[in-house]
Ligand binder design. Structure first.
Ligand SMILES: *Cc1c(COP(=O)(O)O)cnc(C)c1O
Length: 363
């Protein structure tokens, strides 16, 4: 058990060892190499800690969404690839070059701008090529892909590290989009210069051998989110959020709790308040839903979640007193379970984790 400071009202523990075990597990499930997707601050858990830890576990390929995220982790990694998923914005070419970050090129315009740098420097420059096979957000569209397939010289000077695409519905194994994207990706690659391929995200790794490639790109599964909703989660829980009870008050039957009194005590009750609220990414849509865990038992969340506080009905838990620690996220109350109550997914629960928590890294 890590030491806790009495002055920390809420403590977020990130189990790096569990991330390492999840990485090892995913490598066992994927025939090719496995990257670490560390965008959005490693899904809220702290990219500056997670990326070097993954590197120590043998990970050599990292993906962020923003250039700024890549710039933050690049100095922490002695070698390996750091690539930016969200296109290469005009004017940012020099920053990629200077920092040794690889762009994921998504259009003919980006390809031309990266080639111009290669010509200027008189050397081949590494890049990934993103092909859209159904998401219709980023990646070469049909026209750009056809132009490239018709004229490979458009890629002269570019060292094509990977051709990649991204799945629409990988967490739904029988969604026909999976097979359609598999076919579209194969057709796209067949007409492009030969290069390694990158295909599956977390859930895609579990879709079977057809979705294996030269580089899988899991994010969520590394952080303990279930890649196969509805089936047992094979991954280790990584995140633990605990909050200290600030106050416990006795209220009489008929008294309301929180803004607008949305919860009315049906009996004389004991209300425990903790310093976690929607400003900490504790979704307001969880109001009146779910529970915290105390001594392995559920303590129901009652009333509205406010900006800085959440209230629990501790009537049946006489041992809950000021200074007690309630577990809001953990093995007994996973991000996926919270997401189900909040009407979102585990990804959003993790990426929302607030900046006010005292963060501890273990393992
Ligand atoms: C976020 C992202 C991933 C990782 O997806 P997970 O579902 O978290 O494994 C992989 N590839 C791309 C293009 C992404 O945007």
């Amino acid at each position: 058990m890590t030491t806790r400071m009495a002055t920390d009202a809420a403590v977020l523990e990130v189990d790096l060892g569990a991330i390492g075990m999840n990485y090892t597990y995913l490598r066992g499930r994927h025939p090719g190499p496995v990257a670490g997707v560390v965008k959005a601050n490693a899904y809220g858990l702290g990219a500056i800690r997670v990326a070097p830890y993954l590197h120590a576990q043998g990970c050599r390929h990292f993906f962020t969404a923003h250039l700024s995220e890549a710039l933050a982790i690049r100095p922490e990694l002695p070698d390996g690839m750091v690539a930016v998923l969200n296109t290469m914005l005009p004017g940012s070419e020099g920053a990629y070059l200077e920092a040794g970050i690889e762009p994921v090129l998504s259009s003919l315009d980006e390809i031309a701008r990266w080639r111009a740098q290669a010509v200027r420097l008189g050397q081949r420059l590494p890049a990934l090529l993103h092909v859209d096979t159904g998401l219709n957000r980023l990646g070469l569209d049909a026209a750009d892909l056809a132009a490239l397939q018709a004229d490979h010289s458009l890629l002269d000077g570019i060292d094509l590290r990977y051709i990649m695409t991204h799945l629409v519905a990988a967490e739904v194994p029988d969604d026909p989009a999976n097979a359609a994207q598999h076919a579209a990706f194969a057709a796209a690659c067949a007409g492009l210069p030969k290069a390694p391929r990158s295909f599956a995200n977390s859930s895609g790794i579990f879709l079977g051998a057809d979705f294996a490639s030269d580089l899988a790109r899991p994010g969520a599964a590394l952080y303990g989110i279930n890649p196969m909703p509805g089936q047992p989660n094979p991954l280790h829980q990584v995140v633990r959020l605990r909050a200290q009870v600030l106050s416990v008050r006795e209220i009489s039957a008929g008294a309301g709790v929180g803004y607008n009194g949305t919860w009315i005590a049906a009996r004389p009750s004991r209300i425990a308040t903790v310093a976690v609220g929607y400003a900490d990414g504790w979704h307001r849509s969880l109001s009146g839903r779910g529970h915290a865990v105390f001594d392995d038992a559920p303590v129901p969340l009652v009333g509205r979640i406010s900006m800085d506080l959440t209230t629990y009905d501790a009537t049946d838990h006489p041992a809950v007193v000021p200074g007690s620690w309630l577990e809001l996220i953990g093995a007994g109350r996973t991000a996926d379970a919270i997401a189900a109550d909040a009407g979102t997914n585990g990804y959003e629960v993790l990426t929302s984790l607030g900046a006010r928590y005292a963060r501890r890294y273990i393992g």
